[in-house]
Write a protein that binds this ligand. Structure first.
Ligand SMILES: NC(=O)C1=CN([C@@H]2O[C@H](COP(=O)(O)OP(=O)(O)OC[C@H]3O[C@@H](n4cnc5c(N)ncnc54)[C@H](O)[C@@H]3O)[C@@H](O)[C@H]2O)C=CC1
Ligand SMILES: CC(=O)C(C)=O
Length: 258
């Protein structure tokens, strides 16, 4: 039987790379994707060296055409699509009174518009194929609870949770499951940048303090690593999750309780 095919956006590094590697080990053919062409090519070469069935596509999730072309690339290369992971996202760290139009536009266009366009592109292909499919998106603990200095970011991740619910209700008739994962505090480049920005806005903080403070609130006593998130995404991409849809599932080591 032909391999199932998974697309993971923003998978040149960070959580997306961990998710893509786990899905490759689960037996999927993988479409890596990112806006960072150099890092994407490095990751593609690394995956090829490991023997994974992989291709890559450079794109910007905030551009609707790019998202549809990404799905086209997956189908042209591997013949079908089974799983689409809307992972790409950016942070925004700003005191509420200083949030401006530029920040709102940039964060919403990537985190929310990108998720909507990716979901539309994947669902269009799933409906054409006629056999259902899985759409899995990156929300956050900040999609369940809003944080100081992370107002814009938190609103975008609440948006992902909201669109996950709506899309799941409308796409259920096509046997398309739409769910989201909500990580907590993972030590990726994103958190390095959040930490640096928080220091700039709060003179009482030194580098590493914000990350240490957030991490200290994790019940299981350690920060998150990509495989923690990938374990959940693997489940959501598998038939074991066929009866779950519209959910934004926390994978945070115990920080936010819903
Ligand atoms: N790191 C963390 O603690 C948490 C992360 N998340 C979410 O998980 C997802 C992945 O986060 P990380 O791996 O930590 O971030 P990261 O910044 O380490 O990696 C994100 C990747 O997405 C790519 N990307 C950014 N904008 C893009 C665009 N417009 N189009 C295509 N690719 C783009 C980047 O080039 C990068 O390779 C994000 O949606 C983030 O909001 C959620 C909760 C916690
Ligand atoms: C990066 C993130 O999603 C946080 C702080 O919850």
């Amino acid at each position: 039987m032909a391999k199932k095919v998974a697309v993971v956006t923003g998978s040149a590094g960070g959580l997306g790379k961990g998710i893509a590697e786990r899905l490759a080990n689960d037996g999927f053919a993988i479409v890596l994707h990112d806006i960072n062409q150099d890092l994407l090519k490095e990751t593609e070469a690394e995956f090829k060296n490991k023997g994974y069935d992989v291709t890559s596509f450079v794109g910007d999730v905030s551009k609707r055409d790019d998202q549809f072309n990404l799905v086209k690339h997956a189908v042209d290369t591997f013949g079908r699509l089974d799983v689409f992971v809307n992972n790409a996202g950016i942070e925004a760290v700003t005191p509420f009174m200083e949030i401006d139009e530029k920040e709102l536009q940039r964060a919403f266009s990537i985190n929310v518009f990108g998720m909507v366009y990716g979901t539309q592109a994947a669902a269009t292909q799933f409906i054409k194929q006629g056999g259902g499919g899985k759409i899995i998106s990156a929300s956050s603990i900040a999609g369940h609870e809003s944080y100081a200095m992370l107002g814009t970011y938190s609103a975008t991740k609440h948006g992902v949770r909201s669109f996950t619910q709506t899309a799941s209700k409308e796409l259920a008739k096509y046997k398309i499951n739409v769910n989201a994962y909500a990580p907590g505090v993972a030590k990726t480049k994103m958190w390095d940048r959040i930490d640096a920005e928080m220091v700039k806005h709060d003179p009482s903080l030194k580098p590493g303090d914000a990350f240490a403070k957030y991490s200290s609130e994790i019940s299981l006593g350690r920060y998150e690593v990509p495989s923690d998130v990938a374990n959940l995404v693997s489940f959501l991409a598998s038939p074991d999750s066929d009866y779950i849809t519209g959910q934004t599932i926390l994978v945070d080591g115990g920080m936010v309780y819903r």
